[in-house]
Design a protein around this ligand. Structure first.
Ligand SMILES: [Fe+2]
Length: 391
């Protein structure tokens, strides 16, 4: 997002076109195709319960791969900064005066002091270290320090903040812990998000959830639709027809769709607004981000594992424009409560916690996946590939 798109006003999603990949998934549903496997498969319980296995995943995935950090809408304007600690690194996300996003280590280059305290978004033209007032621009450059004559020979250009590779497109800010990061697949995901209008969405709410379960148990809840009419029977279940799904991959990232086949007859699938009224897409991004675009808003969930059995999940709800009336605010409030509190926290995250409790008991040695749950097996294979690639 740059300053011009930030201030360009909030475009309506009506008239917007799906990407060719999104359209292909919709066509697959219309023709009755699903991506069911033919046979059952299994996964070892140790992948969810073994601390050593988790340590390997952390090193191969979370300490290495490009990953979504937050929604662009967290920093909607130029001249904003927000500390971010939940990945285990002291990160600082900024949007500089030109509108470009950056991800830095939140550490002053003088004596290593944490630069910005707390965890709230700040509007600031510059960042001042609380200790000795070394002052940085939002693009990371060291702007000034008090009593500069007491640092003879100090080259300010060599004392900018440490920046990590980052990428912004389609309303998402990604970062990578390693310098050699390749964001080309992130850019493709960005194209899909742009087709949902996500570039111009605003942040309605965000919430950090602590889930006492392995991060993959949470991913698994968004990789199959077998549970949707059952676990979600009292919330969103009635909106879905059991088992009409399709899915594919974008690089290492998974993309799926669930459709209401009986309502698709008179729908123009090339119109994104109509498409979203009958098809619900979901994105399961490596390593651990879930995106659920509902018909008129988008939830982005960033999973940040803390241990093999503990995961922080930050849920961002993005809406097309700022609510202008109390009625509009109430509408989004109900949507937020339904999805974040009802469907995710009380149902999907609860199922992940129940899964962790059961798996830790040793009662079973492997999980059994039916043909409607092949998305879990596919994602597991994607994770296994990333583990092998890191060796
Ligand atoms: Fe679910």
């Amino acid at each position: 997002m740059n300053a011009s798109t930030t201030n360009a006003g909030k475009k309506q999603i009506i008239g917007q076109k799906p990407t060719s990949g999104q359209l292909a998934l919709a066509e697959m549903i219309r023709t009755g195709g699903t991506r069911s496997a033919d046979t059952i498969s299994t996964l070892p319980v140790s992948h969810y319960t073994c601390p050593d296995h988790f340590a390997q995943e952390k090193a191969a995935l979370f300490d290495r791969l490009p990953q979504v950090l937050c929604a662009s809408a967290l920093l909607p304007e130029a001249g904003m900064a927000v500390p971010h600690d939940a990945t285990g690194r002291p990160l600082l996300i900024t949007r500089d005066t030109d509108g470009n996003a950056h991800v830095f280590l939140n550490v002053c280059q003088h004596r290593g002091t944490r630069l910005v305290e707390g965890g709230e978004v700040q509007c600031a033209k510059r960042l001042v270290c609380p200790y000795h007032a070394w002052t940085y621009r939002l693009d990371g450059k060291l702007l000034a320090l008090p009593r500069p004559e007491t640092f003879p020979g100090l080259d300010k250009s060599e004392h900018g903040l440490v920046e990590l590779p980052s990428h912004e497109s389609g309303g998402l800010i990604w970062f990578a812990p390693e310098e050699s990061a390749d964001f080309s697949d992130a850019a493709k995901i960005g194209e899909d998000m742009s087709a949902f209008g996500a570039d111009n969405h605003v942040l309605f709410r965000r919430k950090l959830h602590m889930v006492k379960g392995n991060w993959k148990l949470i991913m698994d809840a968004f990789l199959e639709s077998y549970h949707v009419t059952r676990l979600h029977a009292n919330t969103i279940g009635p909106f879905f027809k059991d088992g009409v799904t399709s899915g594919d991959t974008v690089g290492p990232h998974h993309r799926s769709a669930v459709g209401r086949l009986e309502e698709m007859e008179s729908i123009d699938l090339t119109d994104m607004h109509q498409l979203r009224s009958v098809i619900t897409f979901a994105y399961q991004l490596l390593p651990a981000t879930v995106i659920v675009p509902s018909p008129d808003y988008i939830n982005v969930m960033v999973l940040m594992p803390q241990a093999h059995d503990l995961t922080l999940v930050e849920d961002f709800m993005l809406i097309p424009e700022e609510p202008k009336t109390d009625k509009a605010r109430d509408h989004w409030e109900r949507s937020w409560n339904l999805l974040d509190g009802g469907v995710f926290a009380s149902e999907d995250f609860r199922a992940a916690e129940l899964g962790q409790q059961g798996l830790e008991s040793g009662a079973i040695e492997h999980l059994t996946l039916g043909t409607l749950e092949s998305g879990i097996a596919h994602f597991s294979e994607t994770v296994a590939q990333a583990l092998r690639a890191a060796q």
